[in-house]
Design a protein around this ligand. Structure first.
Ligand code: S3P
Length: 174
């Protein structure tokens, strides 16, 4: 594993990017950074507020800028928002500057984990299952094309998932 390369977690809402990322960073002795958290700190408001005021396009631009900046910082474990891969420049940067790990998660599991989420604007809908399925249909090919490594997070403890990721990173030639 190249210590100068970022480890980037991609995947849908409820994949466990933040929970797994924090543990992975701790075990590797690297900083953990969550791009949504950086956007909250930069703007001083919640993500939902950015969607309300600037629309999804405004949020995507902020997300693109934040990720580009974070990739120029010292190597960390970076958790990205579920829609970060929608942007072609971001996809290219992530692959170029990071080892990208796709946390593959079924819609059923995402639903279970996001439950009655009030923070994620895209889930404030009558039918979150339908929304998650539509997002997955659009994004799965992008997650797969961006990732160096894919790890399922449907089953197992956080510790086991972290072990699986570390083993896959060790085996990967890059
Ligand atoms: C989004 C996922 C969220 C956040 C925003 C949009 C998405 O992050 O960036 O609400 O488009 O899937 P998480 O994947 O961390 O929930």
């Amino acid at each position: 594993m190249d210590p100068s390369r970022h480890i980037v977690l991609i995947g849908p809402m409820g994949a466990g990017k933040s929970t797994i990322g924090k543990r992975l960073a701790r075990d590797l002795g690297r900083p953990f950074i969550d791009s949504d958290q950086v956007i909250r700190e930069r703007t001083g408001v919640e993500i939902a507020r950015i969607f309300d005021v600037e629309g999804e396009a405004g949020f995507r631009q902020r997300e693109k800028d934040a990720i580009a900046d974070l990739l120029n910082e010292p190597a960390c474990v970076l958790a990205t928002g579920g829609g970060a891969v929608l942007d072609a420049d971001t996809r290219a940067r992530l692959r170029d500057q990071g080892m990208v790990v796709y946390l593959d998660t079924s819609v059923a599991e995402q639903l279970r984990r996001t439950g009655k989420d009030k923070r994620r604007p895209l889930l404030q809908t009558e039918n979150p299952q339908e929304r998650l399925e539509a997002l997955m249909a659009e994004r799965q090919p992008l997650y797969e094309a961006t990732a160096h490594i894919t790890v399922s997070t449907d089953r197992g403890s956080i510790g086991q998932m972290v072990q699986r990721i570390m083993a896959a990173l060790e085996e990967h030639p890059a």
